[in-house]
Ligand binder design. Structure first.
Ligand SMILES: *Cc1c(COP(=O)(O)O)cnc(C)c1O
Length: 429
């Protein structure tokens, strides 16, 4: 029986197994037919506390019977108000810095990023209308970045085989070299000279580039990049879609650098991973540039499910968990458990370049054919699947991004399998 479902990032022509999952709890996925998998990548970076968290599930059930969905243009509801206030309370702040004070809802990381870009360009558009600045359109991006798969989000991301078909549609951006260890000054110099050309905004994934290969850079560089933008009055946009909600050890990655962005995109873990929801936070000057008695200046963006009430109820429950439970303590313990085991795995001759930031760990497998289109990643994926583990390597980079409820036994099983993968698929240099 062939399925009509067309899956994302899946080459159906290869006929790879597409397992069916019927139930999940904590870090475990239960397969149709009885097997189980440890969810090593939080079902694509979204599940934070664990699957089917009782508090979030209960909030969803209660809201579903009360108010499911409401037009959000000109109307509001309590769950959205609660989430917006909660987000403002926990967003990165700094004395003397214009705080993030306004919240625009959407439904995925990609749309949160599109909204961020539209806010930035809308800001400069309205400023130019007022004669306060010349128009600014250009977006600066970081090399190897990933911000989603819609046309605008692809435009500001790394170009490659995964977006070649749409290249003619993608808009031009200014690409700043990735601040690789030892080459940071090159990045800062390039940013400084690009900022002198009056671009509209610079967007970054703070501290770690996810889909680009789990590439790390330091808080000091993040802070310096934000300072350069501030000096040139270039809007600084933080894409915290992956890094938010504790992934990097702090609630948001920007905190580690003491950076308050002008615009910040959050999604993935905002509902604990239970329902799609996203938010783009902005400072007052961005909001104020759109707020007027003139209708033509309003922010022209909406999607049908903006601030869906059930998704907002899930997010409100997630925020309550963050307020009332020691989530950061759990994250610290998990991070430590990962660190110890990653240190041992790094001794394996088939692995190189171990790296970790909070609960995210990555290591490169030294293998013969390691390119993005090689069959190494799918073969690794199949190996892990056969052994009860859901991982999805990026080329030869194997990474772990687990839910925070992962226990020591599960960690041991994962690292034993990683070591075995090194034995089977790796070649010693
Ligand atoms: C996943 C991701 C996105 C896109 O989010 P979706 O919800 O998949 O659209 C954007 N930016 C970053 C940094 C991401 O990791």
């Amino acid at each position: 029986m062939t399925s009509p479902v067309w899956h994302p990032f899946t080459q159906h022509g290869l006929g790879e197994a597409i397992p069916q999952v019927v139930r999940a709890d904590g870090a475990m996925l239960h397969l149709a037919g009885g097997g189980t998998l440890i969810d090593g990548i939080s079902s694509w970076w979204v599940t934070t506390h664990g699957h089917c968290h009782p508090r979030i599930a209960a909030a969803i059930a209660a809201q579903a019977g009360l108010l499911d969905q409401l037009i959000f243009a000109g109307y509001t509801h309590e769950p959205a108000e609660r989430v917006a206030r909660g987000l403002i309370d926990i967003a990165p702040q700094k004395l003397g810095r214009d705080p993030l004070a306004h919240v625009f809802f959407s439904d995925s990381g990609s749309t949160a990023v599109e909204v961020a870009l539209k806010m930035a360009l809308g800001y400069w558009h309205n400023r130019a209308k007022d004669g306060l600045s010349s128009p600014r359109h250009r977006i600066l991006v970081l090399e190897h970045g990933y911000h989603g798969d819609t046309i605008g989000a692809m435009s500001i991301g790394e170009r490659g085989v995964y977006n070649a078909a749409w290249t003619p549609l993608l808009f031009d951006v200014g690409t700043i070299p990735f601040p690789a260890a030892g080459a940071e000054q090159k990045t800062l110099d390039a940013l400084e000279s690009a900022c002198a050309q009056h671009p509209a905004a610079f967007i970054v994934e703070p501290l770690i580039l996810g889909a680009g290969g789990m590439l790390l850079y330091s808080p000091a560089i993040l802070r310096e990049m934000a300072a350069i933008c501030a000096r040139h009055d270039v809007l600084f946009i933080a894409d915290e879609v992956m890094t938010g909600w504790g992934r990097t050890g702090t609630l948001f990655a920007c905190e580690q650098a003491g950076v308050v962005p002008d615009i910040m995109a959050v999604a993935k873990g905002i509902t604990g991973g239970a329902l799609p929801l996203a938010a783009t936070l902005a400072t007052s000057r961005i909001f104020d540039a759109h707020s007027s008695t003139d209708r033509s200046r309003l922010f022209y963006h909406s999607s049908s499910y903006t601030a869906n009430a059930i998704a907002c109820a899930a997010a409100a429950a997630n925020l309550a968990i963050w307020r009332e439970e020691d989530v950061l303590g759990r994250i610290a313990a998990l991070s430590q458990g990962i660190e110890q085991r990653l240190g041992c795995l790094a001794q394996h001759p088939a692995f190189a370049n171990p790296r970790q930031l909070g609960t995210i760990a990555a290591i490169d497998l030294i293998a013969k054919d390691a390119g993005y289109l090689s069959d190494l990643a799918p073969r690794l994926r199949a190996f892990f699947l056969e052994n009860g583990l859901l991982l999805r390597p990026l080329g030869n980079t194997i990474y772990l991004l687990p839910p925070y409820c992962l226990d020591a036994d599960q960690l041991d099983r994962i690292f034993a399998l990683l070591s075995k993968a090194g034995d089977i698929f790796g070649i010693a240099p």
